[in-house]
Design a protein. Structure first.
Length: 256
């Protein structure tokens, strides 16, 4: 594992590089399918741009809320300190919520049918997320609990994870699972023109995240009644999605 990629003497953070790679890979797939889905490439990129901005802000805001008491706010007195606070620490669910809100804003501003784009291209989110979790592994953040079984990992000195200790590779497990979710969503849409792609994504990821949180060991995750912030959000997302499906079925809403 390597926290930085050295390119001609320039140290590039692997976390950021992996996210960038995830964006590129998911966009190559999505743009190649625009004609098949009868969608406009520029509209897709416009919606995605709003989503990326909202995702960054949302993930950072939720992290700051969860870890407010643990942050050294004295750093905010300098530009370097502010940049350090802004560059470290993100919560995926905050990013997902922020991305959806900003994409809805995009629809209002540009008069676009955002939800049809989200249903068609929802697979982009877990694909990007997969690369992001690999980036987490490289940086040593979001690390797993002490574990001595097959596949354990040991992080080197200087990483965010405890060095020299055998840990469960929770980042890589999540990366693999969300990649599977992304591939399934892509196949369902391409082969079956499946309608409930958003719902399948929310249900499957909320279950995955709820379970994997028990295998996490990083301290700054927020806890209430024995469950982490992300676990509580997973419960709300799962229940809300099930209720939405039942209501839509009962109401007989057209799937278009």
């Amino acid at each position: 594992m390597c926290e930085y990629l050295n390119v001609f003497g320039l140290k590039l953070p692997m976390y950021g590089m992996m996210i960038l790679l995830g964006i590129i890979v998911s966009n190559v797939i999505a743009l190649s399918l625009c004609k098949r889905f009868e969608k406009d490439k520029l509209e897709l990129l416009t919606i995605e741009s709003y989503g990326i901005i909202g995702g960054f802000l949302g993930s950072k805001i939720l992290f700051l809320i969860i870890s407010f008491k643990d942050i050294d706010w004295s750093q905010a007195a300098s530009l370097k300190g502010i940049m350090a606070i802004l560059s470290n620490g993100f919560v995926f669910y905050g990013g997902l919520i922020g991305a959806i809100l900003f994409m809805m804003l995009c629809g209002k501003i540009h008069k676009l049918d955002v939800w049809t784009y989200i249903r068609d291209f929802i697979f982009m989110i877990p694909i990007m997320h997969c690369f992001g979790r690999i980036g987490c592994f490289c940086a040593g953040c979001c690390y797993g609990m002490p574990y001595h079984g097959p596949g354990y990992v040991v992080f080197p000195y200087g990483s965010q994870a405890p060095s020299g200790e055998e840990l469960f590779p929770v980042q890589l497990v999540e990366a693999g699972l969300v990649l599977i979710i992304g591939i399934v969503l892509l196949v369902l849409k391409v082969k079956k023109d499946f309608y409930y792609t958003i719902e399948i994504y929310l249900l499957s990821y909320s279950v995955v995240r709820f379970i994997l949180e028990f295998l996490r060991y990083d301290a700054i995750r927020g806890l209430a009644f024995g469950l982490s912030t992300s676990q509580w959000i997973s419960i709300v997302v799962f229940i809300g999605t099930v209720v939405s499906i039942i209501y839509r079925k009962k109401d007989g809403q057209k799937e278009d």
